[in-house]
Design a binder for this molecule. Sequence first.
Ligand SMILES: [Zn+2]
Length: 507
Amino acid sequence: MESTDSATLFSAELKKQLDKKDQEIEKLKKLLEQYQESACDQNFLRHEREDFHLASVDPVSRLSKNDIERYSRQLILPEFGVKGQMKLQSTSVLIVGAGGLGCPAAVYLAAAGIGRLGVVDYDEVELSNLHRQILHTSDRVGISKSLSIVRSCQRLNSRVEYVPYHLQLSSDNAMDIISRYDIVLDATDNVATRYLLNDACVMAGKPLVSGSALRFEGQLTVYNCSGGPCYRCLFPQPPPPETVTNCAEGGVIGVVPGIIGSMQALEAIKIGSGIGTSYSQRMLLFDALDGTFRCVKLRPRSQACVVCGEQPTVTQLIDYVQFCGAAATDKEQELKVLDKSSRISAKEYHSMLTSGLDHVLLDVRPEVEMDICQLPHPNINIPYATFTKDVQRAASQILDKMEDLKHGYHSNNPQEDQAYRYQQQHKRGLNTEPSDEAWLTNPPAIVCVCRRGNDSQFAVRMLQKEIQARLTRGEADHGGDQGIKIVDIRGGLHAWARHVDDQFPVY
Ligand SMILES: [Zn+2]
């Protein structure tokens, strides 16, 4: 009996010691990993400063034992073979954009054994990137995207040479960088960079594998390759900036850029290995909702094209931000449509709420976004699209709501109850600010909000015109002496989250 007990004790003790050693090993492994990553970053960052003068990739004339094993499944393809592999390993590819398209493109190019992989991106990893930009990780939020891609690819295949560029591609640096690569991938999300990349690739004589993805749709084509057209041959003029939507505004299902980015890698591999692309003068259209792929033939190269035509007039890079009337980033652009008197800050609106001032809160976001979050005050939701279609109807709805307010309208809506509680709490002195603002003497009757404070300005402008017209015609009687004051919240819900409520969700 006694010997069994001591044996149990002894084995428990051993187990304890073993666990302890395991923990120590784990700790050491983590330390080593961190050290290796930082050594690797140092190496890359050093590289980054010098790489404008990269030597070309050494041509590969034989495969090592390790190469043969690693790439064996593609080596036995008759269309690819050892020759294709050696060509690929002698090829350099530049990916511009380390996002939803750039991540899958990079991972397949690295896996296939491209010789050198350059990745350009000026941005840092954000939480809202991770549903589609699959090489970044939760613990890398805030670090350079180009470096993050390189770290992930390095783990997958350290035999590739990686060059991260933490910078914004511009007319000043594009030729210098692009001219050192064999193939360029456009994995960006804005029109200005598309034109910049196109012109630089035409001037440097590089094929441009272009991809795009928005909502449930994706597109792929290869410009300036095998005698096919360039982007300007097809689109000589940029679209009006207000008609362009990017993923931050329009949304995107993560798999769609995953598919298009993978196909960009595929076309780059086909070009690099000597097979050649299938998408010169052809465009692939992918519709994820229908589950269909279609391929359309594009117009041929235009002899009149200003950059690749017979007599080009654009022979060096221009100012693409000016040319497109839009910034070369996908960051939010703050428009200035209304003058100061028609705008209040998020903090001022907060003071309005805590003072309990009667007003109509008009939220002009699409219905689907109302489910994500709402301001703590009863609102009327009329999506901005409705304003552009039928501003009269929108104005009538809002004026009706004002009537309701006048006659002591009460709702059964739980969200409105919550808003009431919020008002009461804040009336008791929580977070209340001194309210000596000028707007308090003539408080707004209608406050308009959207996600970022752009649509709200257009909506306010339309509403002001429509209501003024009614007052002039004597069809509305809400005005009083000073008219109906309509304002928007500067910076929209993003500003509310930034300046008033740091628990408010940002999307
Ligand atoms: Zn052209």
